[in-house]
Design a protein around this ligand. Structure first.
Ligand code: CDT
Length: 310
């Protein structure tokens, strides 16, 4: 019998800096109700889904920064989402800014979780590839201060046994790195859930602005095909404060084909019946890792000192 996960990519439109978490959660629940009408098993929301994309502002007051972080999960603000999803029998994933304490030290991570149909958190991922910069760079139209406000995750990519399959997560900039998908695939992932906030304008190379949507799909389609896995890419889209964010949330089959895609820059749900057994079409053939991969030759890939290699 096919292992079909009816999956909804739940794109969110812009979230104003002044919008409350309660308001955003109400929008997420509205998408969840649509997903229920489509018979979804799983709904995927974007990176930092509960607030505006706050790394676009330079802030020196840590209390001001910490306002955007969640100190516990679930918490009061998201409890209605957890309750509604459980009542509907739908699992979900979303990203948020995580403030936690480890070994007596406060830590800040860009995090995403998977919640099963019973409302239990079954997987947590902390963003490994943090883009942007640490200091204020006023010449930019807007800042991208992820390196200032977050620490990079140090736990390897991993998967959860959920929805009758092996599901992994990555966050935004991770999707541009081939290592992300290969690590997930080698650990058995059959589907990667990837939320993103991607501005149209890239201050370091504005001549690439017109390529943002192309690069978005290029890397996720390649990742899906080269690793024989489903990829669900979900945007926070539209004009958020003064920053245009790309949309094009999509579901990509293990063949690399886009099988569902959002057509707006607002709150929108797109759905596809994802048969996890379709990973075999690729993994038993052209990308049969066991038969054809040559890891003993790829020594540069994991060399920590890149200078020594190249
Ligand atoms: N959120 C996130 O990781 N965004 C980056 C923007 C480009 S780097 C400044 C991305 O890779 O889409």
């Amino acid at each position: 019998m096919a292992r079909t996960v009816v999956t909804g990519a739940a794109q969110l439109g812009p979230i104003a800096r002044s919008e409350s978490r309660e308001s955003v959660v109400a929008r997420m629940i509205a998408l969840l109700e649509k997903a229920a009408a489509h018979g979804c098993d799983l709904v995927v929301y974007p990176e930092l889904a509960l607030t505006t994309f706050f790394p676009r502002w330079f802030m020196e007051d840590q209390a001001e920064v910490d306002f955007f972080f969640e100190r516990s999960m679930p918490n009061d603000a998201v409890a209605p989402l957890f309750a509604k999803a459980k009542a509907l029998g739908i699992g979900f994933s979303f990203g948020y800014a995580e403030l936690t304490e480890e070994h007596g030290r406060v830590r800040h991570y860009n995090t995403s979780i998977i919640v099963n149909k019973s409302g239990e958190i079954v997987h947590r991922y902390r963003k490994i590839h943090l883009p942007g910069h640490k200091e204020n760079e006023p010449w930019r139209a807007f800042q991208h201060l992820e390196k200032r406000y977050f620490e990079p995750g140090i736990e390897p990519f991993s998967t959860a046994d959920v929805f009758d399959g092996k599901i992994g997560q990555a966050i935004c900039n991770d999707r541009r790195w081939p290592e992300t998908y290969r690590e997930l695939a080698l650990r058995g992932a059959e589907m990667a859930l990837i939320g993103y906030n991607t501005p149209v304008h890239y201050p370091l190379a504005p001549e690439h602005d017109h390529l943002q949507c192309f690069h978005n799909h290029l890397c996720m389609q390649a990742g899906a095909y080269q690793n024989g896995m489903w990829v669900v890419g979900v945007a926070k889209a539209g004009k958020e404060e003064d920053c245009d964010l790309i949309g094009q949330s999509c579901i990509i089959a293990p063949t690399g084909e886009i099988v569902a895609m959002a057509s707006t820059l607002g709150d929108e749900l797109v759905v596809h019946d994802c048969d996890l057994d379709r990973c075999t079409e690729i993994r038993a053939n052209i990308f049969n890792f066991r038969l054809h991969r040559r890891p003993e030759i790829y020594t540069a890939l994991t060399a920590v000192d890149q200078e020594a290699v190249g």
